[in-house]
Ligand binder design. Structure first.
Ligand SMILES: [Zn+2]
Length: 164
């Protein structure tokens, strides 16, 4: 079991956070952005950054090469739709993608949007940790939380109604 700190400051103990979210045991702030047969997209619950999307498989697996052919197609398809929605609805020009296989929870891809304020922490991978910590420590204002929730709603609305 591990303890997860949510964006609203509450803590929750789970065995696999991805299983807990994709199975509906935990509802992330703002809820589900979109769900497919094999994947589940939601805002990262730990960091209040608009359009910071986690795309998690519904099946508990660890490595990319464990995805079946059909899961792989579903993954690429929804990943690209999410990316398009980030661009068209939130004006996100660039995204960093991360997934690591030695995580304590299961297969999920982080889509980390780049905003101008992030460049004070540099570029590329070394800037990501300070950016996330800055967001968690300095951007947890009510106004920003509202903006994050609005972004979730607009992504969710467009993706679930095929508006892109
Ligand atoms: Zn899992």
């Amino acid at each position: 079991m591990r303890t997860i700190i949510l964006a609203n400051g509450e803590t929750v103990e789970v065995e696999c956070l991805s299983c807990a979210i994709t199975n509906g045991i935990i509802t992330p702030d703002g809820g589900t952005i979109i769900e497919t047969e094999y994947f589940h997209a939601h805002q990262d619950v730990a960091y209040p950054i608009k359009g910071l999307v986690i795309l998690a498989s519904k099946r508990h697996l660890t490595c990319l090469d464990e995805l079946t052919e059909i899961e792989m197609q579903d993954y690429m398809n929804i990943l690209q739709k999410l990316r398009k929605a980030q661009r068209e609805l939130l004006g996100i020009e660039h995204v960093y993608y991360f997934y690591n296989e030695d995580t304590t929870h299961h297969f999920h891809t982080w889509m980390v949007p780049r905003y101008d304020w992030m460049y004070q922490f540099g570029r590329s991978i070394e800037s990501v940790r300070p950016v996330l910590l800055h967001a968690r420590e300095k951007m947890n204002t009510l106004e920003n939380q509202r903006e994050v929730r609005q972004a979730i709603e607009s992504l969710s609305h467009a993706l679930n109604h095929d508006l892109l």
